[in-house]
Write a protein that binds this ligand. Structure first.
Ligand SMILES: Cc1cc2nc3c(=O)[nH]c(=O)nc-3n(C[C@H](O)[C@H](O)[C@H](O)COP(=O)(O)OP(=O)(O)OC[C@H]3O[C@@H](n4cnc5c(N)ncnc54)[C@H](O)[C@@H]3O)c2cc1C
Length: 490
């Protein structure tokens, strides 16, 4: 592995954005086939979300590895194989721009560069679905996955009275990890809608055959239930209460309204693909009704509609770490075939096992997506004063008002309200804003569309932009900075 060459010195065959399971697997396969590969990641160590901090974890002792679980430990081998490969690794490098032809704007410790690669693999993974409910912006509220990030990267376990509220496998995984680590978890409020159990039941038998994930999840749930003072299911209408910070969580169940005092609330309603770079590259996206999110339209090997740009892993649709590895491998084969290092027939043959693994797990995915599809109130908050866009402080009520005035979609909503124009560039509000507008106007998500993502997608100073070196975006690649509006405001 080489991480000393200045990154703008050479044009690599494959630039991979993201050193999670998908990116690492792609780098191992592609470099093994003789391609020159550069892996860029804003993190300091390889591993991505699931294997965050994996290289440092064994030094923390066996107890620590047990706390994080056997799935986590599996990442060690993947990271070791990546380290042993010839791929260049560029930690602490954020990609803030991508041109439809694959040029990349990169910000690293030595400033901003513009680089080009023959092919680009977007392996940027997933992010937690925003959970816009009353009080979600109070200090003391964070994502359960974000709390897990602190646990994995810094061995931090909250000491405050903590409530976890939400739905999905990560709720129980994080609760169990927190409890094993000694956190003061006073309540787990499971918001999975009861109707989802009925919908998912017919899919259970096939899902059980796809692996032991369901048995594992049920065991976590049993352990968490036993160890948690207040454990409720079928929870809805969650409110975080407090004046300057979290003081309590109130909620509804079949038995009426409940309330629990706490200082920290961890919310989680599943994860959604991080589509910002694929959208910035103008790749076509479809709205996935079951996963309730946008995903790029890909072929079986991960090629997007944007020439030369592929997507692998959770960024192409939530499928989990094991399948992210398979998808990364497939994408690397596709690049090798497209650059004529192997034949297309060889790519198909070498990818057969990965495609079979993806097919095998599809029954499990369908079950999980059906069981954990969020309630409507999570997708489009019903309380008018709930903030949707945290950066520009736009509420659900304001979005409904502009919908009534004929606002056509999230891009026009920018012009009306600045929703999506803050530092996160719509990452936190894009899905929710579109859902509120769709529901208010009685239209589908496909009809209202998604935010057009404009660079820079990561904060960058004017000085860093002005000092940008490398070849620079080609004139026909689209603007680096926002330009005049068309349908809405970019
Ligand atoms: C907060 C969170 C916690 C999770 N915890 C677990 C868990 O404990 N167990 C489990 O089974 N699954 C977990 N998941 C799901 C799991 O992350 C995925 O299934 C798996 O990691 C997907 O692998 P991936 O390679 O697609 O993406 P990731 O592993 O997410 O890797 C993506 C990488 O891309 C990098 N990146 C993103 N954008 C940029 C950019 N613009 N520039 C440079 N780098 C960028 C990120 O730093 C990251 O390292 C979690 C998901 C989230 C969001």
């Amino acid at each position: 592995m080489n991480d000393s060459t200045p990154m703008h010195d050479s044009r690599v065959d494959l630039a991979i954005i993201g050193a999670g399971p998908a990116g690492l697997a792609a780098a191992i396969t592609a470099s093994g086939l003789g391609l020159t590969v550069s892996v860029l990641d804003e993190g300091r160590r390889p591993g991505g979300q699931i294997y965050r901090g994996i290289e440092d974890a064994p030094a923390r002792g066996e107890q620590w590895m047990t706390l994080l679980g056997e799935d986590y430990a599996r990442g060690l081998d993947l990271v070791k194989r990546f380290r042993a490969s010839t791929a260049q690794y560029r930690p602490e490098h954020s990609v803030f721009d991508i041109a439809p032809d694959g040029g990349l704007g990169i910000l690293g410790p030595d400033g901003a560069h513009w680089i080009e690669a023959e092919r680009v693999l977007v392996a940027t993974g997933a992010m937690e679905r925003p959970v816009p409910l009353p009080g979600w912006t109070l200090p003391g509220v964070m994502g359960a996955g974000a709390a897990q990030t602190l646990l994995k990267s810094s061995a931090l376990v909250p000491g405050a009275r903590t409530v976890i509220a939400g739905s999905g496998p990560l709720v129980y995984l994080v609760a169990r990890q927190m409890q094993t680590g000694g956190a003061n978890l006073v309540a787990v409020l499971d918001t999975t809608p009861r109707a989802n159990y009925r919908r998912a039941a017919p899919l259970l038998a096939r899902a059980m055959l796809a692996g032991n994930e369901i048995r594992k999840g049920l065991a976590w749930r049993r352990e968490v239930k036993k160890a948690t003072p207040l454990f409720r299911t079928g929870v809805r209408n969650v409110h975080v209460e407090g004046v300057d910070a979290v003081e309590a969580v109130s909620f509804e169940t079949g038995g009426g309204r409940g309330r629990v005092d706490c200082e920290l609330v961890l919310l989680h309603e599943g994860i959604v693909p991080n589509t910002q770079l694929a959208m910035a590259a103008e790749a076509d996206h479809d709205y996935d009704e079951l996963q309730a999110c946008w995903r790029p339209r890909l072929d079986a090997f991960g090629r997007s509609s944007a020439p030369g740009i592929l997507v692998a892993g959770d960024g192409g649709g939530i499928a989990g770490a094991d399948l992210a590895v398979e998808a990364g491998h497939l994408a690397a084969l596709a690049v090798a075939a497209d650059l004529e290092r192997i034949s297309h027939a060889e790519a198909v043959e070498r990818g057969a096992a990965a495609r079979a693994a993806i097919e095998r797990k599809s029954a499990l995915r369908r079950f999980l997506d059906t069981l954990y599809r969020p309630r409507d109130e999570v997708l489009a908050p019903s309380h008018d004063d709930t903030l949707v866009c945290r950066c520009e402080e736009v509420t659900a009520g304001e979005l409904r008002q502009i919908a009534a005035m004929g606002c056509s979609g999230p891009n026009q909503a920018k012009a009306f309200t600045r929703c999506g124009m803050g530092p996160c560039q719509g990452r936190m509000c894009g899905l929710t804003a579109a859902a509120v507008l769709a529901r208010a106007g009685g239209r589908s998500m496909a009809e209202v569309g998604h935010l057009r993502i404009r660079p820079p997608i990561k904060p960058i100073t004017v000085g860093e932009l002005a000092a940008l070196d490398g070849v620079g975006p080609p004139p026909d690649a689209g603007p680096l900075l926002p330009t005049a509006p068309d349908e809405g405001t970019d």
